[in-house]
Design a protein around this ligand. Structure first.
Ligand SMILES: *Cc1c(COP(=O)(O)O)cnc(C)c1O
Length: 523
């Protein structure tokens, strides 16, 4: 082939890569934009007060048929995206259980994308695979889980719960569910999962969906006063279900629950599962990493006995989305649940150049390099730094609890266990002097529900803070998830003051006239 021909062929192929120099220029600019963003993160209005339709309009645009200038595309980040973002990195964002995103994690995302390893298998991701293994071992060590454990990173807690509970089903079912699934003639009853009724997390219903067990396969176990699972009730229900011919196979313990941060009695649940041959899955998406705090460790006794543990680095380890994690005591049980083979997945010849293929340990095949952002963040802060950050969050929740208890217009609903705290605005002038229930209780509760929802809505629209509501024993409450590495006691005070201000104004303006008043209660 002549040179000319070669030249000709190359010319026919579009080369749309940036030149490294162009990349460098754009990259500097992107980093400047990000640094500028971080500079303003403490003051940024947390939530954009716009409707979905308004924001959709910003992005109404035809499919770009012709390529555009990369500089102009970057500019759109500042012009269109940032003004319509919710700022989870703000120290006053307290919604859902959303982490704040470490800065080094943001760099890790860019670096991981640049090399673009696929952590589904060892061959396309040797370093990523070994870093994943190493980081999992570090996490296990941090929370006191057996170091020989296996596991993997997932997109989030829901997928970690799914992965753990599928492993539970595969390893406890009385026949081979890998081959026959739920359609086997050997199936003799319903496969059932157990969790606490008040604080059990809705992701377990999603797991039942994914396993096609039906949501009614998730049995709700009554809770104690402190929102933990009543294990005597658990044993009773297990006995009843087994006597009916059903097949209990997994108990899900909450390890830091969604509304109040409750930790179920793990030792007891471990014992019950061991005695009955059930799989003990700990849903620690919110709270498992709290086990690294010496002052909280006692609450986690028994966690090391769980067959599997879900935790969510994108929550209380502040890792940028997405990063969930599952640890499993016996890695072989996980492999047994997910192992697959196909001629194109592995070289035919045995070779020393292989390692763990994570596609054999979970539902995904192609996988991003999620471990890197956690690996880098752990190295950046160290275990010591992380312990400081987590205990700061706990102190914020405790401070909030104090403010609530000291205020005559707020009602505490639980002790702050970890970093999640739920409470209620309850104006003093509505409280019966002797705390007894009155005739107007329904009206009162309806107003309090509406009032608390309105407070959350207004504080969101104000941009000062992002707070959502939840329900505790059927009543609407304000719920703050304080898992930002940027939140300080001062943020808590500012937000609490704002909540009171909004509550007072709303109550003054809109209080139903039918409600009796007890002004003598006011401070
Ligand atoms: C958040 C959460 C989940 C689900 O995790 P995702 O990362 O949102 O999928 C499951 N369980 C508990 C207790 C949670 O807090």
């Amino acid at each position: 082939m002549s040179n000319e021909n070669n030249h000709h062929t190359t010319k026919e192929f579009a080369d749309l890569d940036l030149s490294p120099d162009e990349f460098q220029q754009l990259g500097y600019r992107a980093v400047d934009m990000i640094a500028e963003y971080y500079r303003g993160i403490r003051e940024v209005p947390v939530f954009p007060p716009r409707t979905s339709a308004e924001i959709a309009r910003v992005f109404e645009e035809n499919l770009p048929e012709l390529g555009q200038e990369p500089g102009a595309i970057l500019a759109e980040w500042s012009e269109k995206i940032l003004p319509n973002a919710t700022h989870l990195g703000s120290p006053r964002y307290f919604g859902f259980v959303n982490g704040s995103g470490t800065m080094i994690g943001a760099l890790a995302e860019a670096l991981a994308a640049s090399v673009n390893m696929n952590a589904g298998a060892w061959k396309p991701a040797p370093a990523a695979t070994e870093i994943e293994r190493r980081t999992l071992a570090w996490i296990a060590e941090l929370i006191g889980y057996p170091l020989e454990c296996g596991g993997l990173f997932t997109s989030g807690g829901t997928m970690a719960n799914f992965t753990g509970i599928l492993a539970a089903l595969r390893n406890t079912a009385p026949y081979n569910t890998t081959e026959e699934g739920l359609q086997s003639e050997m199936r003799r009853g319903r496969f059932l999962i157990y969790m606490s009724d008040h604080e059990g997390h809705v992701s377990i219903s999603r797991v039942a969906d994914l396993l096609n067990l039906g949501r009614s396969a998730v049995r709700r176990v009554p809770s104690n006063e402190d929102f933990t699972m009543d294990t005597a009730a658990l044993e009773k229900i297990l006995d009843e279900d087994a006597a009916q011919g059903d097949i209990p196979f997994c108990v899900v313990a909450q390890v830091g629950s969604i509304n109040v941060g409750a930790i179920d009695p793990l030792e007891e649940i471990a014992r019950i599962c061991r005695e009955r041959g059930l799989w003990f899955h700990a849903d620690g998406a919110c709270g498992a990493v709290g086990a690294m705090l010496p002052e909280k460790r006692h609450l986690y006794r028994g966690l090391e006995k769980a067959d599997s543990v879900t935790l969510d680095p994108h929550k209380w380890l502040y890792i940028p989305y997405e990063c969930g994690c599952l640890l499993v005591r016996d890695p072989e049980k996980l492999r047994r649940a997910f192992s697959m083979s196909a001629p194109y997945l592995r070289g035919a010849l045995p070779t020393e150049y292989t390692g763990i293929d994570y596609l054999e340990y979970g539902p995904q095949m192609s996988r991003g390099f999620n471990a890197l952002k956690l690996w880098m963040s752990l190295k950046h802060y160290g275990a010591e730094g992380y312990r400081k950050l987590l205990s700061q969050n706990v102190r914020c929740a405790e401070h909030l609890d104090r403010l609530v208890r000291e205020s005559p217009d707020f009602e505490p609903l639980h002790r702050p266990n970890l970093f999640i705290y739920s409470f209620r605005y309850f104006p003093a002038d509505l409280r019966l002097p002797d705390q007894q229930n009155g005739d107007g209780e329904n009206d009162l509760n309806a107003w309090l529900d509406r009032l608390n929802q309105r407070i959350a809505d207004e504080i969101q629209l104000s941009g000062t803070a992002f707070i959502m509501t939840s329900k505790i024993h059927g009543r609407t409450v304000l719920r703050m998830s304080i898992c930002s590495h940027r939140t300080t006691l001062q943020d808590i005070e500012i937000v609490f003051g704002k909540l009171r201000e909004i509550g007072e104004a709303l109550h003054r303006r809109e209080r139903p006239e039918t409600l009796p008043a007890f002004p003598q209660n006011q401070a």
